[in-house]
Design a protein around this ligand. Structure first.
Ligand code: E4P
Length: 217
């Protein structure tokens, strides 16, 4: 399973990257706003830092303009994945750019039918949003499972990028289902290491070790 970090904060990406936990990065207009940075500058810095795909999202709503924005974003670095919304204009952009050899991440996916359309348009990644479905009392994880089944039924090669992840359980459940990639905020990725029994066990080991009076170094 690949880990993408869902942020445009350079320091947070660098910290996880140093630990070998970053296979890619996803950004969106809201994350760019939060970073307070210029999209072209910060995306270039992220691409220089990380080897894997870095999603940068178009903001036009008509296909012609989306395609132009996508081509401009693609010039930032070879590891850009142009992110487009799951609209007909976004799907047209996906088809055009993927035929040009560009990685495309189709985002804001909330149904299995939308995921089928993205695969047929040649998407490199489909981003189903788990948390936002949970927010309206639907089960985001069911969508990941449905897309996995349908993609496997037909051999679609588009990678399932489980997005809008809000908890460590979302990560574990996505892994059980077989999502190809998860993208999560840095805080969620850091929480994956936490377990109270690890803390308790370590405390006991260190206490017993102190009683031995020994040193390793
Ligand atoms: C995915 O690419 C999106 O940037 C992100 O996961 C959305 O998450 P949110 O629903 O928590 O904003």
């Amino acid at each position: 399973m690949k880990f993408f970090v869902d942020t445009a904060e350079i320091d947070a990406i660098a910290e996880l990257n140093d630990l070998g936990m970053v296979d890619g990065v996803t950004t969106n207009p809201s994350l760019i706003l939060k970073s307070g940075r210029d999209i072209l500058e910060v995306t270039k810095e992220i691409c220089d830092l990380v080897d894997g795909p870095v999603s940068a999202e178009v903001v036009a709503t008509e296909a012609e303009d989306m395609i132009a924005e996508g081509r401009k974003l693609a010039q930032i670095a070879p590891n850009i994945a142009v992110k487009v919304p799951l609209t007909w204009a976004g799907l047209k952009t996906c088809k055009t750019l993927s035929e040009e050899g560009q990685m495309v991440n189709v985002t804001l996916c909330f149904s299995v039918n939308q995921a089928i359309l993205a695969a047929k348009a040649g998407a490199t990644f489909i981003s189903p949003f788990i948390g936002r479905l949970d927010d309206i009392n639907l089960d985001g994880m069911d969508l990941i499972a449905d897309i996995r089944q349908v993609y496997d039924n037909y051999g679609f090669e588009t990678e399932i990028l489980a997005a809008s992840i809000r908890s460590v359980n979302h990560v574990a459940d996505s892994a059980r289902i077989g999502a190809d990639v998860i993208t999560a905020p840095p805080a969620v990725i850091k929480k994956l290491a936490d377990h109270p029994l690890t803390d308790k066990g370590l405390e006991a080991f260190l206490s017993d070790w102190a009683k031995t009076g020994q040193k390793i170094l």
